[in-house]
Design a protein around this ligand. Sequence first.
Ligand SMILES: [Zn+2]
Ligand SMILES: [Zn+2]
Length: 346
Amino acid sequence: MKAVVLVDKKKMEIQDVQTPVPKDDEVLLKIRASGICTNDIRDYLGSKYSLPRIGGHEYSGEIVALGKDVDINQFSVGQRAVSYIIPACGECHYCRMDKQNLCEKAPTSKIFFSDEGISGYGGFAEYITIKSRDVYTLPDNISFETAAFAEPVACVLNSLNHAKIEIGDDVVVIGGGAMGQLHVMLAKMRGARVILSEPDEKRRELAKTYGCDIVFNPFVSDPVEFIAESTKSKGADVVFNTTSNPIVAEQAVKMTGPSGRCIMFSSIHPNEPISVDAGYVHSKETIITGSVSPTIKSFNQAVNIISKDMIDVSRLIFDTYDYIEYEKAFKAAIKPDTLKVILKFD
Ligand SMILES: [Zn+2]
Ligand SMILES: [Zn+2]
């Protein structure tokens, strides 16, 4: 099969690699659509994981073969499917606490480091094998491009599950990229009043089409003051920081009001410490937490809402490219103003 392989810093190529054969408890998926994630871009610009590497963890496709132990009442050839991509062991403390995203053993997986062979999630390839317990099927009317949003939507739902939004809450979303827009959409579904901080006008307008109540440009209005003014000096009930800048992370904490929840959704680059008013956190019972990857629960929720056609992610797709055009696709994805770029493997 063909795969888009990262062989060196900023160097990818299409290689012929062995098509995987499903083990008894696995299915073989013919990948159709594979979203390019910020993590893929970071790997491309200089991976901290072993090379060669096949990235791509936001993929969807069609089941083409089943291992002999796979339940044929559950799965069949021709079904559309996506995969939970964390190789959670199911046996460690965190897995047993329903925090598969924090699994102790996952970081030792060949997804990150492979002594001999290829590291990575393997979604930038024509085929992939998946343990059936990680396979989630979707109805035929859901496009492969939409289905490829299962993983990003699941990451955002994990973030929302931390936020415990109550109806009428003031929710601030910092950053209007694809993940920020998903936060807007899903916070609206939970009944919040949503305020987006985003410098790019097109992204602010896009958020409005998703029901965002208030948008502002943080380069024009001071973001902490703007949130204070918009909330009668109360501060936000929930702040989602989807940007990686530590200065913005500090502002996110300052926007959070009494009893509020501040969620660091994005990783922070460079990861410089920020200052936090611990006295305020104490006396106002604010919660500062993070959100990383999806849990099985949030992944299942994501597949559920996508399958029921409850969210429209089509406006988040900047462009789709045939995998042969991977260079063009990455070039587009790296530009800071693009939303989701998808590689197609037809
Ligand atoms: Zn991703
Ligand atoms: Zn585990």
